[in-house]
Design a protein around this ligand. Sequence first.
Ligand code: ATP
Ligand code: MG
Length: 155
Amino acid sequence: MQALHWRERIFALRREILSERTFSIIKPDAVRKGHTAAILAQIEEAGFKIVAIKRTSISKVQAEGFYAVHAGKPFFAGLTEFMSSGPIFPMVLEKENAIADLRKLMGATNPAQAEEGTIRWKYAESIGENAIHGSDGEETATFEIGYFFAGIELK
Ligand code: ATP
Ligand code: MG
């Protein structure tokens, strides 16, 4: 019993040390089409813990702030118009290797190139309306989590 107890503690500690947080949004197209629960189920089945989540919507200006790295690109106006077009589910996800693993689970930006079984392969209809967002790196994840959630909401 005692040995098991210590082994469990070591595994728990390992998970805590290696765990990483990323940020995701179920985008307005997927929410409108009623895919929220299916997407969340796929995320949980892939081993992510949902640390925080809420239903909200953002203004065009707030979308421009969120996607500021893309300012000036030809798709920026369409992207920010779309992201402010309806309810979204921003969320914070946690697991080992969360940032890279979520990107894999999402599939390619253009759903026509997304791998079979990925979230974008299943639910996205175009490069502009592609169902889900995921942070592309550690710095981005920190910025994006802070854009939508207060520290007190992240336990
Ligand atoms: P996201 O940041 O939303 O997770 P991503 O990281 O796969 O997507 P980015 O390059 O960051 O892709 O582009 C942000 C979003 O801008 C994309 O999700 C897509 O909707 C839109 N976008 C990117 N490139 C194009 C393009 N060439 N034409 C139209 N829309 C585009
Ligand atoms: Mg991106």
